[in-house]
Structures are given as C-alpha cells and as structure tokens.
Design a protein around this ligand. Structure first.
Ligand code: SF4
Ligand code: FES
Length: 327
C-alpha cells in the first residue's frame, strides 16, 4: 500500500497505521505520541497529540477526511495522502492539545525526576505557550506509594492509560487503573494489584511524564548527569537486557532499553530493575545510543532557540500571552 506523508511516499503492508508508516519514514514526519506504545495492545487513541490531516482518503476515493484523525488509530489506505508538520492547521491544533494536556500538569520540572526524559516537557517546548491561559483551580492529589518501589504523583498524570495497559496485559486477570470520568478521572489504587507482579516496575518506564517514578532513584540525580550503558545478565524471568544509569561507578537505576521513539524494546522484570544495582552483576555492552529527544544529546535545543524566540515574540504581538494574576 502506498501512502504519502508530508510529501514522502512509502510502501507499507496492509494494516499499518499512519503513525507506524510515518515512523518508517523517520523522525522528520513522525507525529508525537503520548499514549500509543508499540508493545502494548490497544494503546493509543487517548491523547490526540498524533493527529494528522488526511487530504486524500485513498486512490479509489480521493475525498479528504473532514476532521484531523488520530494517526495511531487510523490505518493507511492505498494512495492515501497525509499532512502532518506541513499542515499549519495541524500544527496549530497540536498546540491546543498541548495546552489542554498542560491544564492540570504542574510546572515542577525543576524538581521532577522525569525532567530530561519527559515527553510532555519536549512536547511543551516544541508546541506550548509560554504562559498558561487557564484560570481555574487545578486538580490536586496527595502522592501515593504503589508498593515499596513506585511513587504515584497523580497531579502529573495525563491519563494516557499506558500504565493501565501494562497492568492489564502483564498481570493475571483484569485490572483497571482509571476510576471516574472527565476531569475527575484518576489512576486508582486498583493498580496496586499489579505490584505483586514481577513485571510491575514497567509502569515506570511506560509513563511519559513523571507521574510514576522509581522510588529507588527519586531525587538521586538529574538524568543528564548520568551515563546510560547497555548491559545484560542471565535472568530466568526476562531477557536480562537492560540499561544501567551510572554516576561514576555507581549504578543509580536500571531501566528497560528504549528505542528511538522512547518505547521499551523489551519489558524487564523487577529483579533486574531493583535487585541488581552493582556493576559486577552485569555484562556491560557499551554506551547506550542517545536518541533525538534526550537532553543527554548535546545541543538538543540549539536549533529550536531562534524559532521559539520568534514564536514567543509573535504570541506577545498578538496579545496571546497573558500574565497570570494568581499569586
Ligand atoms: S500514571 Fe503515567 S502512564 Fe499512567 S496514565 Fe498517568 S501519565 Fe499515563
Ligand atoms: S498517540 Fe495517538 S492518540 Fe495518543
């Protein structure tokens, strides 16, 4: 099936989604995705950051789709033409989505362990406004411990459902993680049922923001001061292929290896994640590749600076930026 995304044509197998096809072309056309996760079935369709415009439905029926569509949930048709970054309407709409995602999200990046690895931080930087226009009270929750090793900071949650999918697909039986609906929706303590499972720590890796963090790593180090190394060990529960995050000779945390889309290549067990924090437990393979969205990658923001500055000036000129009157 042929599909054209932002002017680039690619041949993909039947059943491929627009997002997957865009990823096959590369990062320049691939939409951001906050809730879709390749290794989690039925993920996607919640956050809308991956919207695109289908300007031609297919070769057989060239009618454009009337509204932007979620690319992670829309399969390509032969001859489909899609616009993502080349469509100003989509770029503008995505800014609105980011603004919505940030309505309740606190701006606590300076004290958040996810800073530097946070998809929302990147998204906000690339598409966000400099000021919030939201004037109502934000949702606030007490932090809760999900077992001994995981902290849930619900204020930061964007309800992407990834952790729920992990709980559902890795634990035995059906486990729901979100209770209530609308602005009352929250990750519930039901998810605690997942903590006995040997793979529960993966909720930390899939969380795109700092809502679920590793208590054994919290406040230990900013991620950009650590050195990620790929390593493996013989493990009977998982593949044993992990990423070790070093500070000097100390292993500060163990995570799954992430691919260029920041998705875990393979889920790892809690034994590898929490119980093997000595470098002698591992066969070190070498430095982990640093992908485009990591702050560890030098000059990540260099090219954006000019563009961002101009955008802020434009917002100001249009009277779009507003000073928050609240203390
Ligand atoms: S806690 Fe994290 S992974 Fe779970 S729904 Fe919220 S943002 Fe998504
Ligand atoms: S990634 Fe497609 S809706 Fe969230």
């Amino acid at each position: 099936m042929k599909v054209t995304i932002d002017g680039i044509e690619i041949d993909v197998p039947k059943g491929t989604t627009i997002l997957q096809a865009a990823r096959m072309i590369g990062a320049d056309v691939a939409p951001p995705a906050m809730c879709y996760y390749t290794n989690l079935k039925t993920s996607g369709g919640y956050c809308r950051t991956c919207i695109v415009k289908v300007t031609q439905g297919s070769a057989a029926n060239p009618t454009p789709m009337p509204k932007p569509v979620a690319s992670c949930r829309t399969e390509v048709m032969d001859g489909m033409v899609v616009e993502n970054f080349t469509n100003p309407e989509i770029v503008e709409a995505r800014k609105g989505i980011v603004e919505f995602l940030l309505i309740n999200h606190p701006l606590d990046c300076p004290v958040c362990d996810q800073a530097g690895e946070c998809k929302l931080q990147d998204l906000g930087y690339e598409n966000g406004l400099a000021e919030s226009r939201y004037e109502f009270e934000r949702r606030e929750y007490e932090m809760i411990d999900i077992g001994e090793k995981i902290k849930l900071h619900m204020n930061r949650c964007i309800l992407c459902y990834r952790c729920v999918k992990v709980a559902e697909q890795i634990t035995d039986g059906r486990v729901h993680g979100v209770i209530n609906r609308g602005d009352a929706a929250e990750i519930s303590t039901y998810i605690e049922q997942a903590i006995d499972n040997e793979f529960s720590g993966n909720v930390i890796d899939v969380c795109p923001v700092g809502a679920l963090t590793d208590k054994t790593f919290r406040f230990k180090q900013r991620v950009w001061f650590t050195k990620p190394m790929n390593a493996h060990r013989n493990c009977t529960s998982c593949s044993g292929k992990v990423r070790l995050w070093f500070k000097g000779d100390d292993v500060l945390r163990v995570t799954a290896r992430k691919d260029e889309w920041d998705e875990a290549e393979e889920f790892i067990c809690n034994g590898c994640r929490y119980d093997h924090k000595s470098k002698y437990d591992w066969v070190i393979e070498g430095p982990a590749p640093i992908h485009r969205q990591s702050v560890i990658s030098q000059n990540k923001y260099a090219n954006l600076d000019e563009k961002k500055l101009q955008e802020l000036k434009n917002q100001k000129a249009l009277g779009f930026m507003k000073i928050d009157k609240k203390p």
